[in-house]
Write a protein that binds this ligand. Structure first.
Ligand SMILES: [Zn+2]
Length: 228
């Protein structure tokens, strides 16, 4: 191996170590991970497109999700059907930046240009979790979709209690508006992976709150490991 090749190998190893550490320490910025944070404060770039989108094989519309979330969603809908007989549907999964922009503009027009009113439910482009391919608005067949009434349907109740088993969390819980910036949305579920969904579910706090505490824990652990 000549010197240049050796140097390149060392640089590559260093970069890998560094990015591995960053991913662990700052999962809220890892676009390929499951803890990537998007809200009104932390927006995602217009050019961002999630890797590995596919149509979830479930009834409904706008069924695209990231591969890991799509597989988990299929498993979750099948389990709900088996356990309750209720058929869940896809109301809205992945939305590109331009799709979100169109939705937002349309909403803005309907509320006579009031940004505050428009933002109550429709995120401005770049601030929506749907842009990540990790969020699904869940409905139940022939029941009210995207209204609070979903919370009292068989599917809505089952989802609230069981979504964590499949790696999803209820993202905009009741009384979390001050932290999340969104009103209660009993239909919006976010994929975080099976590994941590139970922990987040049990903590019963907004994702933002849990994530901040989780990062402190990870950083502490890393510091401890670094100290001889
Ligand atoms: Zn949603």
């Amino acid at each position: 191996m000549d010197l240049l090749t050796k140097l390149a190998a060392v640089a590559a190893a260093a970069a890998m170590m560094l990015s591995g550490t960053l991913k662990e320490a700052a999962p809220q910025h890892d676009t390929d991970g499951t803890l990537f944070l998007v809200n009104r404060q932390q927006m995602v770039s217009p050019a961002f497109v999630p890797k590995g989108l596919r149509e979830a094989q479930v009834p409904g519309q706008v069924r695209q999700l990231r591969e890991d979330a799509a597989a988990a969603l299929e498993e979750m809908y099948a389990a709900c059907k088996e356990e309750t007989k209720a058929q869940l549907t896809s109301v809205s999964g992945y939305r590109s930046y331009s799709r979100q922009n169109a939705l937002y503009r349309a909403k803005l027009q309907r509320v006579n240009g009031s940004v505050a009113k428009a933002q109550e439910y429709v995120a401005p482009p770049g601030a929506s979790e749907h842009h990540l391919g990790l969020a699904m608005d869940v409905g139940q067949q022939s029941k009210a979709a995207l209204t609070n009434a979903f919370a009292d349907t068989t599917g809505g109740i089952w989802m609230r209690e069981n979504c964590w088993r499949f790696g999803f969390i209820l993202r905009y819980g009741e009384e979390w508006e001050e932290v999340t910036g969104y009103k209660y949305e009993p239909w919006h579920f976010r994929f975080v992976g099976k590994e941590l969904a139970k922990e987040i579910h049990d903590a019963n706090v907004p994702f933002e709150t849990w994530l901040a505490e989780y990062r402190v824990r990870v950083m502490k652990k890393m510091l401890e490991e670094d100290t001889p």
